[in-house]
Design a protein around this ligand. Structure first.
Ligand code: FMN
Length: 226
């Protein structure tokens, strides 16, 4: 089954390890999968977008439940559409102080509109790759932090699948391109792409069988106090 992966590089620097890891992982996984994968690679640094204004406008109208888009008209609009149409999402971020990059945070807050529009990303598999300059430099904490927004979207978090099924992909690299000599990081990357393919295929087949999208409905009142 053809599976479309949207790969998002959250590094601010050109020729990033994050981007190289995504590209290499896709190529090696696709060779094993006989060409069943398609990947679009987006470098966040190439997009022009602002942080979420927390204006509270986006989502759906409380009474009519009509959907409201984000008020900001910038490159995020197109990226949100790409996220919606992808079968799976793979995020690669550099590790900054044990966390995902600030570019990741700026991007992910802008995805809130999709959650408020009845969880448009629900049931999409999402895997996280984090590259740290140092061993024990915080890749696992960055991966776990990056999971959180996607859990709130109703996404299906995947690890690196085959062989060890660990928390995600932990790249170990410093200078640009250094990741291409990190054998274990590359192996995990290939496994994660195949794991996303596997889960996305199951979801796609299940949705075709059941006829339609997730029944998850967003509520403004649930868990709120007056
Ligand atoms: C602001 C900043 C913070 C960083 N924090 C960490 C860190 O906490 N742990 C670590 O091992 N490496 C850290 N690094 C190194 C990067 O994670 C490393 O160079 C990585 O390969 C960058 O990936 P990229 O090429 O995709 O941007 C930091 C780098 C920068 C610029």
């Amino acid at each position: 089954m053809k599976i479309k992966i949207l790969a998002i590089d959250c590094s601010p620097r050109k020729n990033s390890n994050s981007g190289a890891l995504l590209q290499h992982s896709f190529e090696t996984a696709n060779a094993k999968l006989g060409g069943e994968l398609e990947m679009e690679l987006v470098h966040l640094r190439d997009l022009s977008f602002s942080p979420c204004l927390a204006c509270g406008v986006c989502g759906k109208k409380k009474e009519s439940e009509e959907y409201f888009p984000c008020v900001q008209k910038d490159d995020m609009g197109e990226l949100l559409e790409k996220m919606k149409s992808a079968d799976g999402i793979c995020i690669a971020t550099p590790v900054y102080f044990g966390m995902p990059s600030d570019l990741f945070s700026k991007f992910v807050m802008r995805t809130r509109v999709l959650r408020h529009q009845d969880f448009q990303l629900a049931n999409k598999p999402v895997g996280i790759m984090a590259t740290a300059g140092r061993r024990s430099g915080g890749a696992e904490t960055a991966i776990i932090s990056a999971w959180l927004p996607f859990l709130r979207h109703g996404c299906l978090i995947v690890g690196n699948g085959d062989a060890t099924c660990q928390f995600g992909v932990m790249g170990w690299a410093g200078a640009q391109g250094h990741i291409l000599t990190d054998e274990w990081g590359l192996e995990q990357g290939e496994q994660m792409m195949r794991r996303i393919h596997e889960v996305a295929s199951l979801v796609k087949a299940g949705q075709a069988q059941l006829g339609g999208r997730t029944p998850m409905r967003f509520s403004y009142t649930s868990g709120n106090r007056k």
